[in-house]
Design a binder for this molecule. Sequence first.
Ligand code: GLU
Length: 490
Amino acid sequence: MEEKVRVRFAPSPTGPLHVGNARTALFNFLFARQTGGVFILRLEDTDRERSTPEAEKAILEDLRWLGLDWDEGPGHSGPFGPYRQSERLEIYRRCARELREKGLAYPCYCTPGELEEKRKRFLARGIPPMYDGRCRHLNPEEEQSLIQSGRPASLRFRVDARSVEFEDRVRGRMSFDGRKIGDFVILRSDGIAPYNFAVVIDDARMEVTHVIRGEDHLANTARQLLLYRALGLEPPRFAHVSMILGPDRTPLSKRHGATAVSHFREAGYLPEGLVNYLALLGWSSADGKEIFSLRELIQSFSLERLSRSPAVFDGEKLNWVNRAHLKALQGEQGLDRARPFLHNSGVKLEGIQKSWLAAALEAVWGEVDTLSQLADRLKFLFDEGWDLESEAEALLAREESRKVIRGLQEELRLVEEVKLENYRQILSGVAQRAGISGRGLYLPLRAALTGRTHGPELEKVFVLLGKEKILKRADSVLRGNGSERSASRE
Ligand code: GLU
């Protein structure tokens, strides 16, 4: 019988979900969905000081927003729960005791101060620090006196392996020198199991078949494999994904700007755009295609095409990918996505006709990278948002331009309303009156109507503004100057 794929995403709820972790979640999700497997969400919250319910809530929210829904985990109880490590402490303690009974773990009485001393000594000699094994060799009297002195004990795993080897699905054959690993803690004196132990127990008990995670965990994998061996458990297969770097080729971090998924959400990226971009960080399709829906990613993804080389986070490319997804949104869909962003930016949506708003969005849609840029692009359509940029103002001060605007006033007075159907006719009327055509005609019109020298197609601007607004603007341009207008608005 073919084995059913079971993968997991195991964030520590100590802060917001970062794009690197979101990418790990995505790769696990894609692999599960593609193989008809199970995607587990497990919260590694044993660090009680740093884990918070708020961070957990935010991570779940971000995953949902990205569309990475899980089959087992918080809110989806499965047969392998609980899915929060803080609710599994007794399981870890039991397993740690088991290792002790088998003689594979021993109590360690070294104090944090002593351990720090040892660490410093190693570092001073230029050697990567590891536990020196002091408590491994205690005789019964020594141990007795340490207990009597009231020292709390942790449990340390006895590392006797000379080497640890495994086949990584991305990196190929990996080999670690067991002698450099050192006996490590599997149960702290406060009864908490550290990451390397808890993760093995959980992955084994949750019957995880593939562990897909960042390559910063490679050295942990060596330790974890030793534990699988000691516990007599079959290890999962491993795929370690390359790191994400910033433009300066150092690991992506806050120094490079915002990295939290929530930031990209608030900045108006589409979840499908962000997901698509994250997939391209360390993975590529065989045919070079770059724009994918989540469904297409599920079809195309493969562990074999994960890259060993680090990926560089490129905000420009993210914008490009997001634009492609924005373009794919049709009418109503775009409107629904845009609405909250317009509202948050103070665009008054009450009383605005839906068809007008849809047409307005359509006019500027192609110009924006994100939904949050829409409000700024649309603001010229509202009287309170109309203002002449200095370039537009300079242009409109020229006599040639004023002729065009006067021509516009006269032409508009002859029509009842401005529609797509009579736009050409109005324009040629203005051209005739002013004796100007081409750019000399379009530029001043655009400048007067939008306050800018670039923007959406002029015919759309005409129709969206309508006769009254255009006349008001023409009037204002001919009468005043920029500062007067600004003053009168205050
Ligand atoms: N809680 C660990 C982390 O956030 C999980 C690592 C793993 O996937 O094993 O890095």
